[in-house]
Design a protein around this ligand. Structure first.
Ligand code: NAD
Ligand code: IMJ
Length: 256
């Protein structure tokens, strides 16, 4: 018996076993949710199918969020397999690597638009289409953010601006969807070693800094994000919408 028994959820953003989306999938399924996963491209399909098999996931569909036809196909596939949906976890972000170094001053128009398209626009774009499947079920939509939305983190640059827009999107979507019983929230996660953190200049130093300064004097794990994801997907959080909840060992409260 879990607190998500009988519920159904869609998770975007599994690339490999380190992905935050994978930790979310494990936590949701542990609490009884039936899960659907997607893969962004053929290169990742094998990974996602292998991981999905570990959890007995039966619905695994392609979805590159820059392709409207993929989003349409995903929602059609979900309608057929699930009929209805209770939860959507959006754990997708992308910027060109060259935009994640140097100065924000030099951001390119194309790089700016790409980061916004993949990391922000995809949230309302997918939400709009799945809302009919969520109607009347006290649904929960979740996305992943980072403190670089609010404060300057060197090199985060165009992604920081995208996360600021993502957190604002959460508030507007919460306002749009609240009357239909659907909640929308973000989890602002501390740094975790995933594919999206690989090769980031100074990442090890950032982890050390957090371990020394955060109130809990340690870094967080993807599993800790997964557990908060399960909470936000469940009726335990029924009074929370439009919020960004920190899972960061308390780091965000520090002034120095
Ligand atoms: P990850 O690389 O495992 O996940 C990012 C996912 O985005 C991948 O699965 C990738 O396939 C997907 N993606 C990229 N472009 C896409 C596209 N066009 N269509 C569909 N999917 C696409 O890394 P992660 O750290 O698990 O990232 C998940 C989320 O967590 C991201 O939003 C990231 O910004 C956020 N986050 C990560 C950290 C961290 O330190 N790792 C901290 C805070 C927030
Ligand atoms: C990313 C860049 C710079 C500093 C960073 C990060 N710090 C952290 C991240 C301090 C924690 C990871 N993060 C929060 C992200 O949202 C990452 C997004 C991302 C990462 C990459 C790397 C590979 C690539 N494009 C990317 N697009 C988005 O080509």
């Amino acid at each position: 018996m879990g607190f998500l028994d009988g519920r159904k959820g869609l998770i975007l953003g599994v690339a490999n076993k380190r992905s935050v989306a994978w930790a979310c999938a494990k936590a949701l399924q542990r609490e009884g949710m039936e899960i659907a996963l997607t893969y962004a491209n053929e290169r990742l399909e094998g990974n996602v199918r292998e991981l999905g098999a570990e959890l007995g996931v039966q619905t695994i569909l392609p979805c590159d969020v820059t392709k409207e036809s993929d989003i349409d196909g995903l929602v059609e596939g979900l309608g057929k397999r699930f009929g209805q949906l209770d939860c959507f976890v959006h754990a997708v972000a992308f910027a060109k690597r060259e935009e994640l170094t140097g100065t924000y001053l030099d951001v390119s128009k194309e790089g700016y638009h790409l980061a916004q398209e993949v990391s922000v626009y995809s949230l309302p774009a997918v939400s709009r289409r799945i809302v009919p499947l969520m109607e009347g079920r006290d649904g929960s939509i979740l996305t992943l953010s980072y403190i670089g939305a609010e404060r300057v983190i060197p090199n985060y640059n165009v992604m920081g601006v995208a996360k600021a827009a993502l957190e604002a999107s959460v508030r507007y979507l919460a306002h749009d969807l609240g009357p239909r019983g659907i909640r929308v929230n973000a989890i602002s996660s501390g740094p975790i070693r995933t594919l999206s953190a690989a090769g980031i200049d100074g990442f090890a130093a950032i982890l050390d800094h957090i371990a020394q300064r955060a109130p809990l004097r340690r870094n967080i794990t993807a599993e800790e994000v997964g557990d908060v994801c399960a909470f936000l997907a469940s009726p335990l959080s029924r009074g929370i919408t439009g919020s960004t909840i920190y899972v960061d060992a308390g780091y965000n409260i520090m002034g120095l």
